[in-house]
Write a protein that binds this ligand. Structure first.
Ligand code: SF4
Ligand code: SF4
Length: 298
């Protein structure tokens, strides 16, 4: 059977998603909807239409996109192209005819073999640096069956494998289909309080905490906890102390913090994403130090 996955990006030469030089593959679809999501185009499991108004030149082109759109989701108003996302079904016909790349359909189906050949091209770099392939997202475990076959193929080729997960997965399937083929897990831990988790991610954190404890108990590979520092949400003294207490109580020691990066904000307009969270600054060294102090205080 030809297993396929829906993927929205492949980044070569990545150095932040595991040891050595890596290729990171971003899978579409996520059960959470964090208000600060750095890859909001990865949340929906289907294609997403990107519209970069700054690249659109309706005065210098024949506006083929208007004709291509059967749903009348595109209109011209005051010489500016307008996209009505309520009408749009992400078919991508407009993107196919836009020579300016102002419109782009994000997301593509790839088979195990197609993805394997795209990443295996960098095997010499992986071998030379101790690198490999990291599956990210979205939440890559939403495409668990595909990942099983993909990781199996990578391991057969001697390539190091890692995933970045938010912890919202079916534990039985994870340990059966993925764990035997993994070398490393990065496990995101965002919020310790259940009500706060529901408010900011749309879900209870209980399954996530349970999965973390069960995984750290049974896994024979490193499970590294990563805490995204999101100003005013996760990067509060109360949350970080709560996480630190939880980790200490369960003797989980491999932990790091990821400082907030505001560069995702331009994606809100590009993908028409609605969120109240629009914190626009990088964290200062002093803010990061305060967070580290909170994590070390308990
Ligand atoms: S989106 Fe592309 S094709 Fe449509 S008007 Fe703008 S530049 Fe022209
Ligand atoms: S993706 Fe399809 S429906 Fe949406 S604007 Fe383009 S042509 Fe119209």
């Amino acid at each position: 059977m030809d297993h396929k996955a829906f993927i929205f990006d492949i980044k070569r030469n990545s150095s932040e998603d595991g040891p050595g030089i890596r290729t990171t593959v971003f899978f579409k679809g996520c059960p959470l909807s964090c208000s600060w999501c750095q890859n909001p185009e990865g949340i929906s499991p289907g294609p997403s239409l990107s519209f970069r108004a700054e690249l659109c030149r309706p005065d210098q082109c024949e506006r083929p996109c208007l004709k291509a759109c059967r749903l009348k989701a595109l209109t011209l108003q005051d010489q500016q192209l307008r996209l009505d996302r309520e009408r749009c079904d992400q078919c991508g016909r407009c993107a196919a005819v836009c020579s300016q790349h102002a419109l782009e359909r994000v997301g593509q189906w790839l088979s195990v073999d197609e993805l394997f050949y795209r990443v295996a091209i960098d095997k010499p770099f992986f071998d030379a640096t101790g690198g490999g392939v990291t599956a990210s997202g979205g939440e890559c475990t939403t495409q668990m069956n595909f990942l099983h076959h993909f990781f199996k193929k990578l391991k057969a080729a001697g390539i190091h494998t890692a995933i970045e997960t938010n912890g919202m997965f079916n534990f039985g399937r994870f340990t059966r289909l993925l764990l035997p083929w993994l070398d490393l897990v990065y496990f995101d831990l965002k919020l310790i309080d259940e009500a706060t988790s529901i408010r900011h991610t749309g879900h209870s954190n209980r399954p996530i905490l349970d999965n973390l404890l069960r995984l750290t108990e049974c896994a024979e590979i490193p499970v590294k906890v990563r805490i995204p520092l999101i100003p005013n949400i996760t990067a509060t003294d109360e949350n970080l102390r709560g996480i630190a207490r939880f980790l200490r109580e369960h003797r989980i020691e491999q932990v790091s913090a990821l400082p907030y990066n505001p560069l995702w904000l331009d994606k809100l307009q590009r993908f028409g994403i609605d969120t109240d969270y629009r914190y626009a600054a990088f964290m200062s060294d002093a803010e990061i130090e305060r967070c580290v102090d909170s994590l070390q205080a308990c």
